[in-house]
Ligand binder design. Structure first.
Ligand SMILES: [Zn+2]
Length: 849
């Protein structure tokens, strides 16, 4: 390997410490900066190469250990986002201080050092500045070695308006007024040794909670003024998860304080800057009395996820971006573990099945990718923030944890953190630590899941007294490619026998395996507990026997995967659609909301295939399917009812009122919605989202006007979000036109507008109009929206289920390739292909629903 691959910085100069002083001007949208970087020069260098993007360097000089200054010349290499600093004479080996004076802009693309705006309680426009550096945008705020392996200590000073607040990764050493300027200087403590992408600074009018203490760490939640009352829930899960992780990892929290900060404009969900985690408002601020359980769970998830990163990601970091998946998969896994520990009644691992199913969908495509793949250019890492990294990654970790046992897994994690703290690691380092703790061949097992795309379909047949298990790659679109690919599959069997329930683990490594049993089982569940990342295809006699055990011997997760797997085999042509529909008709009394989620999402999928004349049949099918359970649950919670049941009530009512187009449900929803707008406490918080979606579906211009006004004047981030996205569910052409206009006219934040567009594409009554609009305003959208959101918006094209639309979509994206769209764009197109092909194959069945 040459010492400097083309996309990597040379390693002859190592930064050890940055002292950064920034003076942002919020009204002019600029900042001035000055930094001293303490360097360790390994060999004589005439050039120092570091990352810079959209910064102007005014001066560069190097000061030797003896105090001699050498002036440098700076040349920008814009294409590679670098600056080359030339020194004559050369800088000799040893320690140097590099002093740079620079300036930059506060941009509005939600990356680097950027501006966010909001209106205060009096309706006045306000500006704040925040940072978002992952993956490679620290270079937009200060010149730096912007690669994760160049870990250094950061000491930040911010010079800001005297009435503003500044937050950074560490606690404040001192604040000094600067006489005669109206400004103050806020000096922060040294950080731990960490990567550039984790540095953060936030400046504006902020209101913080009192701290809660976790051991000796103060934890606060920050928001723009007037929202502090929405911080309590996040602070509680923040406290719980920080303490949970300290125990789980067996290591102290690595920072000196922890701030959770809500930013009005934020491109992703949240960002794990050490000690200064930034969030979009919906992921942090919430009113426990009015938010639905699902909305509360979202806040708990995101806070726990980011806290998990403080160790996994921040303390120990991937060496290069190919290892990003491990950061994210692990934080997602830990998020489940912590939220499950906090509120066991939410059964978080059960609902994780829906995430696993989303990953199984994408990973069953020909255009999937391995979890880990070579990343040369850092911008290729942008394509890694997807369902395969987060959800598939977390699923295979959960599968491994269950196979090794949770305690052995935990010990391996602790060992890994001890071995690599304040440093960087590769994926294989984790498997090595787990091999050491478990004394089992973890690396060979995991390599088959991490470096190969896809997953196996396990076929199960009776074989004398025993069972025959075989594996082959699962694909929605059949072909002969990669048929020989094999995985090491840990399989958990649950057997019903004359002597009761029996459990057995099998590690399937070859194409097939015969399992000897003392007697033939009465029934068998393959993938018991649902932790395996594979699908199961039962022989007809085995599935028939399982159908009789649904209510007695299958857990909710096992029922979920049964439905999910049969649906997948229907989509790929292995199971007739009619068999799938017969299966789900048996679920009319189903009490679990996740199982309903998979059933109802398959019905939405079918609905998108139907011609308008065929839709009434599906409406009736839905009314028959959901009616019994919806009637049993009624419209109001019963005393002592579980929160998950309240959530199920909302979901079934929404299904009846929208997908079932049931007039009585629509009338009652409208009545209750009126009552809700008069008195928010008159209706259970878990059915409010259903009321909004039913009223939007069945309502008209007056309702639209009202929703729009509620969106503008919402009291909580969740309320704002509900009303905004409900605007995409109306059906009249003129109302849809108005919502389409909102996506680009500046009334909706660019953090939300792309997702509003996606929702419009998913509206079966408005999708063609939405698609025309997208084509017509593509350039404007590219200009306005954050880069990472374009490909996510495009997921909406998967709803354009008609051959002529598909052809048009393909033509359009052939002419307008999505920057950094990569595999994800191919996946959207393939999903659309599958839906159109299934529509053609199922035409006869759909006509006779
Ligand atoms: Zn994360």
């Amino acid at each position: 390997m040459p010492s400097a691959p083309p996309h990597r910085l040379p390693d002859a100069v190592i930064p050890e410490r940055y002292e950064i002083r920034l003076t942002p001007d919020l009204t002019a949208s600029t900042f001035a900066g000055e930094e001293i970087v303490f360097l360790n020069v390994q060999e004589p260098v005439r050039e120092v190469v570091l990352n810079v993007c959209e910064l102007t360097i005014h001066s560069a000089s190097a000061i030797s250990a003896a105090g001699v200054t050498t002036e440098g010349k700076s040349a920008l290499d814009e294409a590679n986002e670098r600056a080359v600093l030339s020194f004559s004479p050369a800088l000799g080996p040893g320690t140097w201080k590099l002093r740079l004076v620079f300036s930059g802009i506060l941009n509005d693309k939600l990356h680097g050092f950027y501006r966010s705006t909001y209106k205060d309680a009096k309706g006045q426009s306000k500006i704040l500045a925040s940072t978002q550096f992952e993956s490679t945008d620290a270079r937009r705020a200060f010149p730096c070695w912007d690669e994760p392996a160049f870990k250094a200590v950061f000491q930040v000073t911010l010079v800001i308006d005297g009435r503003l607040t500044a937050i950074s990764n560490t606690g404040i050493v001192r604040e000094n007024r600067l006489p005669g300027t109206g400004k103050k200087e806020v000096v922060f403590r040294d950080s731990i040794k960490m990567s550039t992408y984790l540095v953060a600074f936030i400046v504006g009018e902020f209101e913080g909670t009192e701290p809660v203490w976790v051991d000796d760490t103060p934890l606060r939640v920050w928001s723009v003024p007037g929202k502090r009352h929405l911080a309590k829930f996040a602070q509680e899960i923040g406290r719980f998860s920080l303490s949970f992780f300290t125990r789980y990892y067996g290591r102290k929290y690595p920072g000196d304080k922890l701030d959770l900060i809500a930013i009005p404009d934020f491109a992703s969900g949240a960002m794990e800057n050490l000690g200064a985690i930034t969030f979009r408002e919906t992921a942090l601020l919430v009113d426990e009395n009015s938010a639905s359980r699902a909305e509360l769970e979202r806040v708990a998830d995101v806070v726990a996820h980011e806290n998990a990163h403080m160790w996994f990601g921040d303390l120990v970091t991937m060496r290069w971006w190919n290892g990003l998946w491990l950061n994210e998969a692990f934080a997602t896994f830990m998020e489940m573990l912590a939220v499950d520990g906090w509120k066991p009644e939410w059964r978080r691992w059960d609902s994780f099945a829906t995430s696993r199913a989303t990953a199984l969908f994408v990973d069953g495509l020909k255009s999937t990718r391995p979890i880990e793949f070579p990343v040369e250019r850092p911008e290729d890492a942008a394509g890694m923030f997807d369902v395969l990294t987060y959800e598939k990654g977390a699923s295979v970790l959960r599968m491994l944890e269950q196979y090794l046992t949770p305690e052995v897994f935990r010990q391996g994690i602790g060992l890994y953190l001890r071995q690599h703290e304040y440093s960087n690691a590769e994926t294989t380092d984790l498997w090595d630590a787990l091999e050491e703790s478990s004394r089992r061949p973890v690396r060979a097992l995991m390599d088959s899941w991490i470096f190969q795309p896809g997953y196996p379909l396990i076929t199960v047949q009776e074989d004398g007294k025993g069972l025959n298990l075989s594996q082959r790659i699962f694909r929605y679109l059949q072909d002969e490619e990669e048929r020989d690919r094999k995985w090491q599959v840990p399989i958990h069997l649950k057997l019903g026998t004359k002597n009761g329930l029996q459990h057995q683990w099998v590690l399937l490594t070859g194409a097939e395996s015969r399992i000897e049993l003392p007697q033939p089982p009465e029934w068998v569940v393959v993938n018991a507990g649902g932790h395996g990342f594979y699908r199961v295809h039962y022989a007809p006699n085995l599935i028939d026997r399982l159908k009789n055990e649904l209510a007695t011997n299958l857990t909710a997760v096992e029922r979920f995967h049964l439905v999910s797997d049969v649906w997948a085999t229907a989509l790929c042509g292995l199971t007739p659609l009619k068999d799938y529909l017969d299966l789900i008709r048996r679920f009319q009394e189903e009490p679990d909301h996740n199982v309903w989620t998979i059933i109802l999402s398959s019905c939405h999928y079918l609905y998108r295939m139907l011609e308008p004349g065929q839709r009434p049949r599906l409406h009736r099918f839905i009314c028959d399917l959901t009616g019994a359970m919806a009637r049993r649950l009624g419209w109001a919670p019963q005393t002592g009812e579980e929160e998950l049941t309240s959530q199920l009530r909302g979901e079934l009512l929404a299904a009846l009122g929208v997908l079932g187009n049931d007039g009585a449900t629509q009338a009652e929803a409208t009545r209750l919605y009126r009552s809700y707008t008069n008195d928010k406490r008159s209706v259970d918080r878990n059915i409010v989202p259903a009321l909004l979606s039913i009223v939007a579906y069945s309502g008209g211009a007056d309702d639209y006007e009202e929703f729009r006004s509620h969106f503008k004047n919402a009291q909580t981030p969740q309320e704002e979000q509900r009303y905004l996205f409900a605007l995409a569910s109306f059906r009249q052409a003129d109302l849809l036109e108005r919502t389409l206009a909102l996506t680009i006219n500046g009334e909706v934040r660019t953090q939300n507008a792309p997702y509003l567009m996606r929702a419009l594409l998913f509206n079966t009554d408005g999708r063609e109009r939405a698609w025309r609009f997208l084509k017509g305003h593509w350039e404007e959208m590219l200009r306005q929206y954050p880069d990472n959101s374009i490909v996510r918006m495009c997921e909406g094209i998967t709803a354009l289920v008609a051959p002529e639309l598909e052809a048009d979509v393909r033509d359009f994206f052939a002419a307008h390739p999505v920057k950094h769209g990569g595999k994800t764009m191919e996946q959207h197109l393939e999903k659309l292909r599958i839906a159109v092909a299934s529509k053609q194959r199922w035409n006869a069945t759909l006509k006779s629903l």
